[in-house]
Design a protein around this ligand. Structure first.
Ligand SMILES: *Cc1c(COP(=O)(O)O)cnc(C)c1O
Length: 368
């Protein structure tokens, strides 16, 4: 079927963000009718055997990608990461004797803490505000209570571009992690986590789906008097079918997990490529003699969100405008950090990063 010529740009949006072209093409091909079904995934019952098969494959792929051991339950939820900011303390903090410990390494962690405070006692064990969230705590700066109800971290702070290269030691307290903007960027040791959660629209699919991987002993904490949707137990007992799940977003998530497994060859390979892509940009920043100023300290630089400033607001405006002439879009940073942000999630092709790298080099030559 002839289709209208489509021009796609290199899209560095922080979220919703770039998706693999192969995934979009498959969704397009199957939009009017899923093979063998004769109707769109948008039109069929969430209890049909065809949709249940999609949900089961999505769960199996997630389990394979993250190597999730027995003793964890995966929940497919709605409401974004922000609803988890509330559901986590409702389910895991209510009725506990000790406070929840929060490690604040950027804007999202700060918002997560604010929601937890509505529910129960919270202790901030570290907060990087003093240096505008450009670094992470050293292990001897983290005084985590081993008895804490849980310890909350944000593995990658999307706005500031700081990322934990590995998980901090919690001395036995359950680690709860918001990995909304870096899930699937590398292999994980899920055993280190009590609860791992992410919204899909940065690195795993479209908006509308939020996934939580919860250790089974923590599921027992949920109080019976919680509102039904907000109780993890209901979702666990009904296999994420307590109400109608976000079917289309789950279908897309399934295609992304297939792409990671089959096209990218798994998360170890994905990690290699992510390191290569990020290095291209950080190398230009470091070789620019201060023309580009990275926001994050070098040892905690994010492989997903590269944040940097230029010498003046005028040059930043010029940078954004000229970048678009090279098909490089949505590079303006978040207002709280200023400057630029290049979000280079899994689905950003290497050619996109190389094009940006070359443009940045030329821009210093012209304007430095
Ligand atoms: C985008 C983002 C969120 C917010 O997700 P919503 O789905 O909009 O609620 C939370 N945490 C991190 C790290 C994010 O990148």
């Amino acid at each position: 079927m002839p289709s209208v010529a489509v021009k796609r740009v290199y899209n560095f949006s922080s979220g919703p963000a770039v998706l693999p072209l192969a995934v979009l093409e498959q969704a397009q091909a199957e939009m009017l009718a899923l093979p063998g079904v004769g109707a769109s995934v948008l039109e069929i019952s969430h209890r049909s055997k065809e949709f249940v098969a999609i949900l089961e494959e999505a769960k199996a792929n997630l389990k394979q990608l993250l190597n999730i051991p027995d003793g964890y339950t995966t929940l497919f939820l709605q409401g974004g990461a922000r609803l988890q900011f509330s559901m986590i303390p409702m389910n895991l903090l209510r009725g506990q004797s000790a406070a929840a410990d929060y490690v604040i390494t950027g804007s999202w962690g700060k918002s997560a803490k604010a929601e937890a405070e509505r529910e129960g006692p919270v202790r901030v064990v570290w907060d990087g505000q003093e240096t505008n969230y450009d670094r992470l705590p050293k292990s001897d700066e983290l005084k985590i209570n081993p008895q804490a109800a849980y310890v909350h971290i944000t593995s990658n702070e999307t706005i500031q571009g700081v990322q934990f290269p590995t998980e901090p030691e919690t001395n036995g307290a359950p680690l709860v992690c918001d990995s909304s903007s870096d899930i699937f960027y590398r292999p994980l040791n899920v055993n280190k986590y009590g609860l791992l959660y992410f919204c899909a629209q940065k690195n795993a699919g479209p908006a509308g789906l939020t996934v939580a991987v919860v250790r089974d002993d923590l599921l027992k904490r949920s109080a019976d008097n919680l509102p039904g949707y907000l109780n993890y137990k209901n979702h666990a007992e009904q296999d994420s079918m307590w109400n109608t799940p976000p079917c289309f977003a789950i279908y897309m998530f399934n295609l992304v997990t297939r792409w990671l497994l089959n096209d990218m060859g798994g998360l170890a390979k994905m990690h290699e490529l992510n390191r290569q892509k990020a290095k291209l940009l950080y190398d230009v920043i470091d070789a620019s003699h201060g023309f580009y100023q990275g926001h994050a300290q070098p040892d905690v630089r994010s492989l997903m969100n590269v944040t940097f400033r230029l010498p003046s607001p005028e040059l930043e405006k010029k940078f954004v405008a000229e970048a678009e002439q090279h098909d490089l879009y949505t590079l303006k940073g978040h207002r709280s950090v200023g400057g630029m942000r290049a979000s280079i999630y899994n689905a950003m092709p290497l050619e996109g990063v190389i094009t940006l790298h070359d443009f940045m080099q030329d821009f210093v030559k012209q304007n430095g």
